[in-house]
Ligand binder design. Sequence first.
Ligand SMILES: Cc1ncc(COP(=O)(O)O)c(C=O)c1O
Length: 367
Amino acid sequence: MKVRYSYLKQQFSNADQLWKNLKNFVSTGDFTLGKELLKFEKKFARLIGAKYAVGVNSGTDAIKLSLKVIGVNQGDEVITAANTFVATVGAICELGAKPIFVDCDDTFCMNVNLIEKKITSKTKAIVPVHFTGYMTDMIKLNKISKKYKIPIVEDACQSILASQNKKNAGTYSDFGAFSLHPLKNINVWSDGGIIVTSKKKYYEKLKLLRNHGLINRDSVKICGYNSRLDTLQAVVGNWLIPKSKSIARQRIKNANYYDQNLSRIKQIKIPPRLKNFKIVYHLYIVFAEKRDELLKYCLRKGIEAKIHYPLPMYRQPAMKFLNHKVGDFPITDKHAKSIISFPCDQHLSKKEMNYVIKCVKDFYSKI
Ligand SMILES: Cc1ncc(COP(=O)(O)O)c(C=O)c1O
């Protein structure tokens, strides 16, 4: 049996209405900053629980443009998670700022208790990463942000509809950055991203920044970027939005099923499932003994298991200039050796999950 990781073939296999919408859209020629984009931004803001949303060309740019609004510049420091995907760090570095890493805990998010000692006079922003569909403890982090008057940009790229105390990821601070990349929980057909904010002045500035700083066709108010979300992708987004809550629900259901069954295997440890957090399982990750062997076994059995990520960001060659050494972020290091991700998407069947569970059981029974 094969258990694939990418579910994209299924995601758009039953999309007659979407094709009709796309055909109508193409006939309008309304391709750049079009009506469908505005509609998508309004719907996305409502879905997340923010006043405004601004579509941009990627989740990376969603972070970068938000940091730009805050005024992050060459030589500033930005605190973020040591175990994130490269894009978070790339956005910080693109602005000439220095990423200051903080270790994670077993929820895969930044351990907020470690942040205060990283704050210096150069700290200009904090970028918590709501990693894997989990959420950073934003209640604690907001207290730190207020105490030191340091603004936050939430990297919610993996966490559409995750929440803490029923308040969604991306709404705990002035900027929530989301990715619409094809492998994200709400996915369009190319790169795409969106920023939510509830402050009008930030909304206006973000709109300027994503469109060359143009206030109209002929006047350039500030230096900006070409970072618009394609209106065509907004048509896809508008088709997906009504499905977004059921996508999250199905992923949660699948993860609960895995949890129930995999927790019976003593060599597998399930990460903490904290009660007041809703995890939306962009990734389903557990800790596994003999992880490398288990991964090889799963791959041999046709299961596309993965490691997110085998070499932590702080140890990547591109981060050499930070002069970190192995062991600086021990929990991140421990995770890199023990985590394994299994497919958990909304299209996965019970049969496929049972096969994954069986293979993991078989592997440990053989050693
Ligand atoms: C944690 C995290 N931050 C940022 C991004 C950037 O998103 P994008 O690929 O849309 O630029 C991603 C996407 O993979 C991500 O996983």
